[in-house]
Design a protein around this ligand. Sequence first.
Ligand code: APR
Ligand code: PHB
Length: 399
Amino acid sequence: MSAPPQATTVGVIGAGPAGLALARLLRLAGVDCVLLERRDRAYVEQRQRAGTLEPATIDLLRRIGAGERLDREALFLDGIELRFAGRGHFVDFAALADGARLAVYPQTKIVQDLVALQTQDGPPLLFEADVHTVSDLDGSRPTLGFRMAGRDHTLRCQYIVACDGAYGIGRRTVLAAGGHLQEHTYPYAWYGILADVAPSTDTLLYARSDHGFALHSMRSPTVSRLYFQVPADHVPEQWADEAIWDELARRLAAGTGWKLERGPITAKSVIGMSSELLAPMRVGRMLLAGDAAHVMPPTGAKGLNLAVADANALCQALLVSEPADRERALDQYAQQRVLQARRVERFSRFMTRTMHIAPEDDAETAARRLGVLERIAGSPETAQLFAREYVGRSRAEAA
Ligand code: APR
Ligand code: PHB
């Protein structure tokens, strides 16, 4: 194997959606960049995560050349269903959010598509390259130290971007420099399954029931993805397949003749729920994007959309040619994206609390939460606020 590059303009840590989208955007703008990923390609391409794309994310993926398979295979949704008190209510984006359409397209495929583009025409994407140090962040030549194939290497950069997720060196460096992490942990988790059965719904179905929250999503016309709320300490082995289907069926039940189809379960996992907001998103010549800076609970399906929007905004700032203006643009990036993340966090927390049942919730709290859902179902103004926030329209307007 040829020696890895020793210098670049932008060194990016982490080939998740944020790092891959940023590297692709920089490449299309003609900026030299190297992307370092500690895991191997198969691992990165198979990691199961959410995959609900807002219109702005779909547009961006199309713009960077990753729209072809998405347009062929994604399931496009004109709304979502909120199910509560045994009834379903369709939140119609066509009527409430200017015809916005969501795409259900698994993150595994997005990553595969972006990795294919990266390896096809660059910039270099190095797998199994584990970044262990970042240095000279306040100097003119910030440097990444990484280990690959049993040897240590250095990569000198003009800028470093940490897209290395919630447990990475980017976050640790910000915290060591006096950064602040605001965390909220929810007293429940999601039990998630993949099943070889056609979805029993043609939209995303979020349900609040007396037994807790459940979500029916999909991966393809023959693969369903479902989740249900469990206590935070549950382990996947605790649930037998039939018990999982029974629990999902009772939480998703509607008074009508609707029926949950069952099939072989091919994957089980427990997904923790937290909000994490880190600030600042910049230390000298190192910037953060995506989960490195902010983690959202999955209820609003916002993590991936926020990560890709970070990459887009950061690329624009990095492209400013006059150095002093670029520095200002990067400061602005760091400030603006923290504000955006706070807004998304507020919405995700609202939606999470409204849909779940917390151990401490009393009858009054439950009635209040149901009241919120009744208002979304019954008041066009409230429904519009909810729909526009859910599809990311209000954020686009506020930006
Ligand atoms: N060196 C190299 N790579 C690293 C290092 C390191 N020291 N530390 C972490 N990484 C890699 C991880 O292996 C991972 O592939 O950084 C990547 C971070 O990717 P993600 O966790 O997917 O983060 P991000 O790109 O911000 O994507 C956020 O993905 O996790 C979902 O729900 C989340 O949808 C959101 C989106
Ligand atoms: C998913 O399809 O995995 C999914 C959909 C919507 C969410 C979370 C996850 O809010």
